[in-house]
Design a protein. Structure first.
Length: 231
């Protein structure tokens, strides 16, 4: 009876506000923001434009810039670019995690804006993976989740960003714990993942309270508190 009641409990809508300044060769851009929004939405979060109603905030900067090319490439009118990102994850007013990523220079092209945008999409994907990787969801629940990367490739089939090398897991992210709880992952498996990987966010009171609001049991909260903090 308890299990049935729990299963019928509606999910709390977890709203995220993205406050990231993005530029492509010093010009305003939005492709990285679109990538982050799509990935978070696919993961089950509600991306909102109302900062006051958001429980979680992602802020920072994502920029692309020109990189040197060889004389041969220059003769052909070719350009290259790289992008970098520095973002913070806040719950309430407390910073609980940061993500600093840099793209590779990728393949050169002849359209500077397009090359820069490709790098922005790539580095936004790296940030999204750092905040929320579908790999953990698959490991804990067995569910396969679309990250939106395939959609991005379909939108730019002729010039997609170079695939990034997969990094070894360096802890469970806050958004990952929220998503596991929201998707009713088995408590013992969440605890096992926390013990195995540690966490890559600071278990401050605001973060713990938000996990409780999302539906985390005190067993999960205790496991978070006792996990190694890898930040």
């Amino acid at each position: 009876m308890i299990a049935q009641t729990s299963a019928q409990t509606p999910k709390k809508v977890v709203r995220v506000f993205i406050d990231v300044r993005e530029s492509n060769f010093d010009k305003p851009s939005s492709v990285a923001l679109n990538t982050l929004s799509e990935r978070l939405t696919t993961a089950g979060f509600r991306v909102t434009t109302n900062k006051r109603e958001a429980a979680i905030i992602v802020d920072g900067t994502i920029t692309s810039r020109a990189t040197p090319v060889t004389d041969e490439v220059k003769k052909q009118g070719g350009v290259n670019a790289e992008a970098s990102a520095s973002v913070r994850l806040l719950v309430g007013s407390e910073v609980i995690a940061t993500s600093v990523e840099r793209s590779g220079p990728g393949d050169w092209g002849v359209q500077q804006e397009r090359v820069g945008e490709d790098r922005l999409v790539e580095v936004a994907g790296l940030v999204a993976d750092d905040l929320f990787s579908p790999d953990l969801m698959h490991e804990v629940t067995g569910a396969v989740r679309d990250t939106g990367a395939a959609t991005a490739s379909r939108k730019n089939p002729a010039k997609s960003a170079a695939p990034a090398k997969k990094k070894p897991r360096k802890g469970v992210g806050f958004l990952e714990v929220v998503a596991l709880v929201q998707n009713s992952a088995p408590e013992d498996r969440i605890v096992a993942a926390l013990k195995k990987y540690g966490i890559k966010f600071k278990p401050r009171d605001a973060a713990l309270n938000e996990l409780r609001t999302a539906g985390a049991s005190e067993t999960v909260i205790t496991a978070v508190k006792n996990s190694a903090v890898l930040v």
